[in-house]
Ligand binder design. Structure first.
Ligand SMILES: Cc1cc2nc3c(=O)[nH]c(=O)nc-3n(C[C@H](O)[C@H](O)[C@H](O)COP(=O)(O)OP(=O)(O)OC[C@H]3O[C@@H](n4cnc5c(N)ncnc54)[C@H](O)[C@@H]3O)c2cc1C
Length: 321
């Protein structure tokens, strides 16, 4: 029997959706029905997340009560170090996030675990655990294996695994944190670049504009179209870099992964590796581009080789009748 440990992540008193994607990834790594998926949740109100984490795929929720409500790398590192020593998991899954960047590498190094970051496929090839991540600025996929490692720690890319459906009744246990002297103190939480803008990671219907819009003055008509259609307007990086839309609406590797999106309409977006990293998992992708060779068509369910302004006009006509 082996144990797969998932570390749930929460921010501003809400579980981050990636926590459920990690549970799905962990479930996929079970080699037999004896294997167990444990979900650890750390915080001053960690017991408040037990109900939400009681979902299919979870065998046990481990509650670790810390003295602070916000993320603290020293506390996470010490707590997980003690938990891993105690539970001896074969795999530990963390979200690939700014939080885990603060402690994952140190934790893996101290415990001499195998380690890979930004993993989007985790699977057994025979008896060998293999993690797939991007390489050379996401231009190639790199397979990483961990010969002779009894424990492997991976940070998992948001949006790479589909959460399992349904509730469950896992065992709930408590684990005492070791005494730890934190070197930092949280003063204030600031969401960079977004202000009070919406959270695009929870949007189900997205219309995304790329450099094909041409000029800033053209953005408004796509904003209106998105609003009429009931879509959330997002963009590729050049649009955010130019300040035509807020950075919080950028989809992709250095933007956001649109984890909840079911329908993604890409208007004048070429489909760079970096953009697709944030949306290629969406079940229905519609792409409009004048270039029939645009990469976005390789992942689109419906491709339209056309001028986005013609499509915008046609959609407005259809929606207004
Ligand atoms: C480290 C790093 C991180 C990055 N992170 C991100 C990221 O998070 N998100 C992101 O998006 N990019 C990111 N990028 C940038 C990325 O490499 C691309 O430069 C960017 O995605 C291109 O944006 P685009 O598709 O809007 O523009 P372009 O690649 O210029 O594509 C514009 C497309 O519009 C089409 N077009 C032009 N006019 C029309 C028209 N009238 N009608 C229809 N189609 C038209 C063109 O045929 C073209 O395919 C990153 C790059 C690096 C190096």
């Amino acid at each position: 029997m082996s144990t797969i440990l998932v570390v749930a992540e929460h921010r501003q008193n809400a579980l981050r959706p990636v926590s459920f994607e990690l549970i799905s990834a962990a479930h996929g790594l079970k080699k037999s029905s004896d294997d167990k998926v444990l979900v650890a949740v750390i915080g001053s109100q960690s017991e408040a997340y037990v109900e939400a984490l009681s979902v299919n795929g979870v065998d046990e929720v481990v509650v670790l009560k810390s003295s602070v409500s916000d993320f603290d790398p020293d506390i996470f590192e010490a707590a997980l170090s003690a938990l891993i020593e105690s539970k001896k998991p074969s795999v530990v899954l963390l979200p690939h996030s700014v939080d885990s960047m603060g402690y994952a590498a140190t934790l893996a190094s101290k415990l001499r675990c195998g380690f890979s970051t930004d993993v989007f496929i985790a699977e057994y090839q025979g008896d060998e655990l293999v993690a797939t991540r991007g390489g050379y600025n996401q231009k190639v996929n790199v397979e990483v294996d961990f010969p002779s490692k009894s424990c492997v720690l991976m940070t998992i890319r948001a949006g790479a695994f589909k959460p399992l459906e349904g509730k469950a009744s896992p065992v709930v246990s408590n684990f005492d944190l070791p005494a730890v002297q934190s070197r930092s103190q949280n003063k204030e939480f600031i969401e960079l670049g977004g202000g009070n803008d919406i959270d695009i990671t929870t949007a189900e219907f997205i219309m995304s504009i790329g450099r094909g819009v041409g000029e800033e003055t053209n953005v408004e008509q796509f904003r209106e179209l998105a609003e009429t259609a009931g879509a959330t307007l997002c963009c590729s990086r050049p649009i955010a870099d130019a300040g035509w839309l807020p950075k919080s609406r950028q989809v992709g590797q250095s933007g956001k992964t649109v984890g909840a999106c079911k329908l993604y309409v890409a208007m004048g977006v070429s489909g760079s590796i970096q953009h697709m990293a944030g949306m290629k998992h969406v079940p229905t992708i519609v792409a409009v581009n004048t270039d029939p060779a645009a990469s976005i068509f390789t992942i689109a369910k419906y491709g339209i080789v056309a001028d986005i302004f013609d499509i915008e006009e046609e959609l407005n006509n259809q929606l207004s009748t």
